[in-house]
Design a protein around this ligand. Structure first.
Ligand code: AMP
Length: 115
């Protein structure tokens, strides 16, 4: 099942794209939770972290190298940032096209909200 992120890859809906290469696309989150909140997505449709295969290791590694590049470009590398991949209901996943959040620009507090 394609998601809104496939439409962003296909340029069928707009997004504030900050990086693109042959494997991944990165764009600003539409509802930012921090001064810097960018999503990095594989161009390949991988619904969730449960669906990753060994053959996806190159693209999954690329998510991290692009995250490091974006952190540097956005000026948050030195102070730090958080990378998040949500999976399914308990993880709070809303869009079923695997994506890495990069969040920074302020102190992000504890890793998890209290119950
Ligand atoms: P997740 O809960 O991990 O699935 O995160 C999905 C993220 O996608 C949320 O932070 C949304 O704000 C973001 N989002 C949804 N639609 C768009 C869009 N059209 N452009 C940019 N970000 C979006």
């Amino acid at each position: 099942m394609s998601t809104i992120f496939s439409k962003i890859i296909a340029r069928e809906i707009p997004a504030d794209i900050v990086y693109e290469d042959e494997l991944v696309l990165a764009f600003r989150d539409i509802a930012p939770q921090a001064p810097v909140h960018i999503l990095i997505i594989p161009k390949k449709e991988i619904p969730t972290a449960n669906d990753v295969k060994a053959a996806d290791e190159a693209v999954l590694g690329r998510l991290f190298t692009v995250a490091a590049r974006i952190a540097r470009d956005e000026g948050i590398a030195q102070n730090g940032y958080r990378l998040i991949v949500n999976c399914n209901e308990d993880g709070g996943q809303e869009v079923f096209h695997l994506h890495m959040h990069i969040l920074g620009g302020r102190s992000l507090g504890p890793m998890l909200a209290k119950k």
